[in-house]
Design a protein around this ligand. Structure first.
Ligand SMILES: *Cc1c(COP(=O)(O)O)cnc(C)c1O
Length: 445
């Protein structure tokens, strides 16, 4: 079989193999890479999946797209996935999947760790340095910085909004040093993302080998398909379909789920829960799409996104087209989309209520992102029947200690990775929200 190529959602750049899509991040026409062909996994795979470890499932899925020698890929995946993935029963067949046990305690570790190792693999015979540019609303930056820390030949520049990240999130980026360069921007997440996007499009910077580690990178997206398979392998009986609830910001997590479904995973519905940045639920429930400018600062801060960059991929998947600015070029098939996806916006008050509720009723501790997902699931279950449901908890509660203590009166148990931050020294630079200043800094570094 021929290797799968990746096309750009903007339709102007030529299709490329995985290596190029991974190292470029974004296509030259500013579109996002998507696989030209999505294979359906075999019945044998679905029969055997119950016996596989997480990394083995990852191998079976990723080898469809990533053509590197078997042992190398297996080693990468075994090394990337060395932490537990609790599936916590709340009641009946309603579960929380905790994707918060990686080194930075967010689900982004799943993708970032694999992506970093794949990049290192492909770069080992090249003699130029790669600069990973990434904008973060909190968790991407720390997951990416941690995943690339001390990898030779790669520098990481992380732009984060000064006032929108928590102290712990900041420390996870600013205490690493060596090849990690955190920049605090006097602005919002969208400003950071805009600066990064401009840098990629800036021909003055073409001498620098820039790449992206945001969820626009296909190398981030593919590993985000795997925990959906994993939940199925541990929970589903007799091929039953699962409802997944996904607390969403840039929609990379959701696109992972969509790809998994296309590969044959029996998924009944995706619940896409956003915070008060409700541009997507408004679109799905009403019709026309309008980004939220500026984005709203909610307590689930990693989801403070006024225009999800992966929406271009979702539109493409449903036969529509969206450009990099969020303009709808062609409407997607909205009925089909509604068939697959249920979407709600959850306010900060509702998020806190959910944290209180699920703790009181079931003794389950959720942080604001996971609570948004659980709230979405509860709202779905008021309207629809469903058996097996899995709501994703995307961060560890101890990343948000004040919020949790104020809401339910207990201090969440500290994750080890968080408690270790306490005595580390922070180092980072501050810049104003100005592209030219950033550009100068980049050229000087
Ligand atoms: C990034 C993040 C999200 C949102 O994920 P997307 O793929 O951007 O939709 C949700 N929760 C947490 C904790 C995150 O870090």
């Amino acid at each position: 079989m021929e290797d799968i190529k990746f096309f750009s959602t903007n339709g102007k750049s030529k299709s490329v193999l995985f290596k190029e899509a991974l190292l470029k991040g974004q296509a030259p026409d500013l579109g996002l890479y998507m696989p030209e062909y999505i294979p359906t996994l075999s019945t044998k795979f679905f029969n055997d999946i119950k016996k596989m470890d997480y990394w083995e499932i990852a191998y079976q899925v990723l080898k469809q797209f990533v053509k590197i020698p078997e042992m190398k890929l297996k080693n990468i995946l075994q090394d990337a996935y060395d932490f537990e993935i609790p599936l916590e029963k709340v009641y009946d067949k309603k579960y929380i999947m905790r994707l918060d046990r990686g080194p930075t305690c967010s689900f982004k570790d799943f993708a970032a760790r694999t992506m970093a190792r794949l990049m290192k693999y492909y770069l080992q015979n090249e003699n130029h340095e790669l600069i990973i540019l990434t904008a973060t609303s909190g968790d991407t930056g720390s997951a990416v910085a941690n995943a690339f820390h001390n990898l030779e030949g790669i520098k990481v520049v992380v732009l984060f909004p000064e006032k929108e990240v928590s102290e712990n999130q900041r420390k996870q980026m600013t205490t690493l040093g060596n090849n990690i360069f955190p920049l605090s921007v006097d602005g919002k997440f969208d400003d950071c993302q805009a600066i990064v996007k401009r840098a990629f499009a800036d021909s003055d910077l073409s001498e620098l080998k820039l790449s992206s580690a945001n969820s626009i990178n296909i190398g981030r997206l593919l590993p985000q398909t795997i925990y959906y398979f994993y939940a199925y392998s541990r929970l589903a009986e007799n091929n039953e379909k699962i409802v997944f609830s996904i607390p969403s910001g840039n929609f990379g997590d959701m696109m992972g789920g969509i790809l998994a479904k296309k590969m044959g995973l029996p998924i009944a519905k995706f619940i896409i829960a956003t915070n008060e940045n409700d541009e997507f639920p408004s679109f799905l429930n009403g019709g026309s799409y309008r980004p939220i400018v500026p984005s709203k600062a909610c307590i689930s801060n990693a989801m403070n996104v006024g225009h999800p960059s992966n929406l271009a991929r979702l539109f493409n998947f449903y036969d529509g087209e969206m450009d990099e600015k969020g303009n709808t070029i062609k409407q997607p098939k909205i009925d089909k989309m509604r068939n697959d996806i249920f979407s709600v916006s959850v306010s900060d008050d509702e998020t806190r209520e959910t944290i209180r509720d699920i703790y009181k009723k079931y003794n389950v501790v959720l942080e604001p992102h996971g609570a948004t997902g659980w709230n979405g699931l509860e709202r779905y279950l008021k309207e629809e029947e469903a058996s097996l449901c899995v709501s994703l908890e995307t961060a560890h509660p101890s990343k948000f200690p004040e919020e949790i203590e104020n809401t339910i009166g207990i201090k969440p148990q500290l994750a080890k990775a968080i408690s270790e931050l306490k005595n580390k020294v922070e180092k980072y630079e501050k810049i104003s929200n100005d592209y030219d200043i950033f550009k100068e800094w980049l050229l000087r570094m």
